[in-house]
Design a protein around this ligand. Sequence first.
Ligand SMILES: Cc1cc2nc3c(=O)[nH]c(=O)nc-3n(C[C@H](O)[C@H](O)[C@H](O)COP(=O)(O)OP(=O)(O)OC[C@H]3O[C@@H](n4cnc5c(N)ncnc54)[C@H](O)[C@@H]3O)c2cc1C
Length: 415
Amino acid sequence: MDKPRSSQLRAIVVGAGPAGLMAAERLALADLEVDVYDAMPSAGRKFLLAGKGGMNLTHAEEFPLFQQRYFDRQQDLARALNAFTPQHIREWASSLGIETFVGSSGRVFPVDMKAAPLLRAWLHRLREAGVRFHMRHKWLSFKDKRLLFQAPNGEVEVSADIVIFAMGGASWARLGSDGKWCAPFQEQGIHLHNFVPSNCGFNLDWTTHFRQKFAGSPLMKVGIDLTDTKGEKRSRTGQFVISETGIEGSLVYAMSSYIRDLIQQDGSATVYLDLLPDKDEERVLRELAIPRGARSLSSHLRSKLGLHPVHNGLIQECLPKEIMHDTARLAAAIKRLPLKIVSTRPIDEAISSAGGVSFESLNEDFMLKNLPGVFCAGEMVDWEAPTGGYLLSACLATAYLAGEGAVKFLSQIRK
Ligand SMILES: Cc1cc2nc3c(=O)[nH]c(=O)nc-3n(C[C@H](O)[C@H](O)[C@H](O)COP(=O)(O)OP(=O)(O)OC[C@H]3O[C@@H](n4cnc5c(N)ncnc54)[C@H](O)[C@@H]3O)c2cc1C
């Protein structure tokens, strides 16, 4: 049974990912009649996938540092991130019976690391609050003042006093976020930035020999150093994996926006690997110069410097073979190995996407300037962030603020 409503005002949320659910929650709190529509048979599919490797909800670092993770969009997101902070996210999860803990890296996880119990509790609370879900309803377009959906039994038109769109970005289309909403948005004159992969892997031209020998090999502690499109030096240490087609993994994802932008600007990107970030070049040179006697070079590199076959393979893949016998050049290569990256992996494989509804199209409450009463939230808005809980944090925060904005908008038109 639907809860009796004190107000006849009706809100529609399109998209039942974390952003849509947070928007629905905020609207239901204001005692609006809320209907959530989603193209998929069930809610929160990408959210559930995000929980597979450990659901990283948010990050516990100092707030100014946290805000900097949103690159050029930190100012645009400031109101949202302040309205629903990482601490609010932890309290919100706790209100659903999900306690969280801060991992050693500052990342915040549910105690059981899972997404499913949280999603279950959240959907239950929303239904209890009277939110109605209409699954298998794909939004097609604006039709006059109504929204047109493709439903299981044909097209349906619905209208509402306010709408919040939260249809996600353009990766992992099979989980629902296929970016197909872009065309009808553009028809309304809404300015969008093209979707591009974020937190993605990259393609390199590996030789067959290298690929066959090393695909799947991890590099546990390496540095990546590059000069970004603005001429600024960027470096970071972490781990990544050699893939069949190139490189992937957390360090690569963390640097992916800079690498992607360099490729977009120059057609390819050269990054420099530091294979021994804990040793300076002088020390590497000193240890390389120790006579190796009858030992092979690779066992010498392993015993003296802790370098594995994949490190040696990379050096030989990227530089002329004779370098292995020139101690000074080898030491320099170990500390600064140039790696030419040729392209991004397809967007559908990326953990997230950048691009979507531009901030110029939105007012400070995430309402579309040329469609009063229509709001956008989550990954469909043009911001990006590294992994580490920043993606969900901004999805929840933008949805919370859009929800607040929608309630404010309705109270103004009601006057
Ligand atoms: C493998 C993986 C791991 C991740 N891990 C983490 C993590 O640990 N921490 C973190 O912060 N982030 C993580 N993310 C990112 C995070 O899951 C997303 O940023 C987040 O789900 C985006 O939320 P959203 O609500 O904006 O969009 P989505 O979750 O994509 O939801 C959008 C919804 O809109 C629906 N939809 C789309 N188009 C239409 C339409 N035309 N009509 C009706 N419905 C439509 C979709 O079916 C979908 O349900 C991960 C992502 C992936 C792929």
